[in-house]
Design a protein around this ligand. Structure first.
Ligand SMILES: Cc1cc2nc3c(=O)[nH]c(=O)nc-3n(C[C@H](O)[C@H](O)[C@H](O)COP(=O)(O)OP(=O)(O)OC[C@H]3O[C@@H](n4cnc5c(N)ncnc54)[C@H](O)[C@@H]3O)c2cc1C
Length: 379
């Protein structure tokens, strides 16, 4: 039991934080914060409590690569091969609208949103018939315009290697509307807004399990039992601990270089259908991916790094991204995503008092706040 378990708290503390709460949200990620903020809009006088297991959020929202992306050409092409066409465009629409919603909750300047565009990089040994055709790019532009209202979002950029000094890259597909953010500033801004909206937020509280009686939800936590009238589970990949059949954890590994003098790289870059991704940040390169090298091993809720995947990131960095300069790797980390059979989130009531919003895949920056809104409307 925790040294400061609930039964040892003062009367005041118990009254402020642990009277039976109207709405409890588990998880202080983009989805949990958004859910709590939209609950506040719908229920101005309700008591709302967010419980987070880490001293900082400890899933994906403050560990990700900070791509504000809604659909790159090779990803769309790939999806169209095995997902019905209307669903592919529904997903793009959800991501686009989700980003606009995010900007409406937290002003872009607060998390350094920069719209530098994104490039889908194509390896020089890709055969001619695997390249995307002009009429496919035109098809993407027509459909994306119907959703975004913006013309000619996509184009081919054959000059990308000259611009950024890459090796082994013959061409690229450019998305002029994608951007990049400061992931940690976004989380901090969410936290600040949550507190300003009179939502209690407790860190270091792990929910072990929960049960429902006729009037309440009872949460068994590391600090004791907590009661609430309604529960929202926003724990994404970690929700696999509660619902292994609905969502699987997917670890993603990342590295960041030391500052690089005169770094030309500016923007976000996808490679090998998005299995690798990199961007500039503070004159450094942040690079992640390689999960496809070991899907089984990376199906885990444990933070950690593996030699094999880190070596593949270094190989890509030194041979392709910065072939003329060998920056030192300054730091490496991992985060845990939530994935499943389908490329869409689960937003559903599982009882009259409990709802879940999980399985954001690699799209949570874009869709997380929209998921939070829909989730908050379930009660
Ligand atoms: C390395 C990496 C790179 C990524 N890059 C991008 C990107 O560039 N663009 C993009 O759109 N998406 C990206 N993603 C995915 C994106 O970060 C996630 O989809 C999104 O952050 C999920 O948000 P969430 O709120 O659903 O979950 P999370 O941010 O994981 O939040 C869930 C929270 O619940 C807490 N929690 C879990 N279990 C419990 C419990 N039992 N009790 C209490 N608290 C609990 C966790 O500690 C965690 O803080 C990336 C992910 C990773 C890991």
């Amino acid at each position: 039991m925790h040294p400061l378990s609930i039964d040892k708290l003062s009367y005041w503390e118990k009254k402020t934080y642990f009277s039976i709460t109207d709405f409890i949200v588990i998880g202080a990620g983009i989805v949990g914060y958004s859910t709590a903020l939209y609950l506040r809009e719908r229920h101005p006088d309700a008591s709302i409590l967010i419980l987070e297991r880490g001293y900082l959020p400890s899933g994906a929202s403050s560990k990700n690569a900070g791509f504000a992306c809604f659909g790159s050409p090779t990803e769309l092409y790939d999806d169209l091969q095995h997902i019905p066409e209307n669903q592919v465009w529904d997903t793009l629409e959800m991501r686009w609208n989700g980003l606009q919603r995010l900007f409406s909750i937290i002003p872009k300047e607060k998390f350094d949103f920069q719209q530098n565009g994104s490039w889908d990089l194509i390896h020089s040994n890709t055969s001619q018939n695997e390249l995307l055709k002009d009429d496919f790019i035109a098809y993407l532009n027509d459909n994306a315009e119907k959703i975004t209202g913006a013309k000619n979002i996509y184009s081919e950029d054959k000059n990308v290697s000259n611009t950024f000094g890459f090796n082994h890259i013959s061409t690229s597909y450019f998305n002029r509307l994608e951007g990049q953010i400061d992931t940690s500033q976004l989380n901090k801004a969410f936290y600040q807004k949550t507190i300003a909206q009179n939502i209690n937020c407790l860190f270091g509280v792990n929910v072990n399990h929960f049960q429902e009686d006729s009037n309440n939800i009872l949460l068994d936590t590391n600090i004791g039992e907590i009661k609430g009238a309604h529960l929202f589970i926003c724990t994404n990949g970690l929700a696999s601990e509660f619902f292994p059949e609905k969502v699987k954890p997917a670890r993603a590994q990342v590295l960041i270089t030391e500052p690089i003098p005169n770094l030309a790289l500016k923007g976000t870059f996808h490679y090998q259908k998005g299995y690798y991704y990199f961007r500039n940040i503070d004159n450094r390169i942040l690079l992640g991916g390689g999960r496809n090298l070991d899907f089984n091993g990376e199906t885990t809720t444990e933070f950690g790094l593996t030699e094999h995947i880190q070596a593949s990131l270094e190989e890509l960095l030194y041979n392709t991204i910065t072939p003329s300069y060998k920056p030192k790797i300054e730091h490496r980390w991992s985060g845990i995503m939530g994935v499943g059979d389908e490329k869409k989130p689960i937003i559903e009531k599982i009882s009259n008092r409990i709802a879940i919003g999980v399985r954001m895949g690699g799209m949570g920056v874009a869709i997380g706040s929209q998921v939070g809104k829909q989730l908050s409307e379930l009660f």
